[in-house]
Design a protein around this ligand. Structure first.
Ligand code: ADP
Ligand code: ZN
Length: 215
């Protein structure tokens, strides 16, 4: 399947994407994970992106489009992909549309995961992430803690609170979402690709996607 996952930070895009990869071998492409990996590795891309990310601002569109143009041409994308955290602005969506035409790729749909603001705020402040850039497993201190406190179940690395998950950065990320990313809902509706799912469990979101795909 070839999907765009839309939704505010904390809506569950990453969790849904990870579960969908188990179904048909589609790959998760998370621009946030790619950028955090680049920051940790200290690459030029990482150095450029770091300051924006810490503040909860978006990284410039040109950097993101460069990443995505390369990523979508890697062979593992042929089975399908789940775009998690991209596009995030109208210019990115317009560029993506052109890129997909150029590459001869057709999207199945854009899924808007709509979760109430209280749930989002609660999730983001209690979210913890594996510090290993190859792993980036997601935990939640209340609903899904690691088996051993502070240690990743999957790889044994320390589990940390992301630098952009302080209360200040979180509220800034939500403002950025409302201003820059929420307009994509209208964009994909006009494209005839949008489905909106009002669900706070990832299973319910996945069921809705499978129904829509006719599976
Ligand atoms: P979340 O969805 O939880 O906010 P992500 O992991 O998707 O977080 O992204 C973390 C940060 O990486 C964003 O706050 C932003 O600075 C940057 N980022 C990720 N994807 C994009 C994108 N498509 N365009 C611009 N910046 C991005
Ligand atoms: Zn890990």
């Amino acid at each position: 399947m070839k999907l765009i996952l839309l939704g505010a930070p904390g809506a569950g895009k990453g969790t849904v994407a990870k579960q969908l990869t188990q179904l048909d071998g589609s790959v998760q492409i998370s621009t946030g994970d790619i950028l955090r990996g680049a920051v940790q590795a200290g690459t030029d891309l990482g150095k450029e992106a770091e300051g924006y990310m810490k503040r909860g601002d978006l990284v410039p569109d040109s950097l993101i489009m460069g990443i995505m143009e390369n990523r979508l041409q890697e062979p593992d994308c042929q089975k399908g992909f789940l775009l998690d955290g991209f596009p995030r602005t109208i210019p990115q969506a317009e560029e993506l549309k052109k890129l997909l035409v150029k590459l001869g790729i057709e999207l199945d749909m854009a899924v808007n995961i709509d979760v109430p603001r209280e749930v989002i705020l609660d999730r983001l402040t209690t979210r913890r992430t594996c510090s290993n850039s190859e792993c980036q497993a997601i935990y939640n201190v209340k609903s899904h803690p690691p088996k051993k406190e502070g240690v990743c179940d999957k790889c044994g690395s320390p589990v940390i609170q992301r630098e952009d998950e302080t209360e200040e950065a979180i509220s800034h990320r939500l403002e950025t979402y409302n201003e820059k990313t929420a307009p994509l809902i209208g964009f994909y509706e006009k494209e005839g690709l949008l489905i909106t799912v009002n669900a706070t469990s990832s299973e319910a979101v996945i069921d809705a996607i499978q129904k829509k795909l006719g599976k």
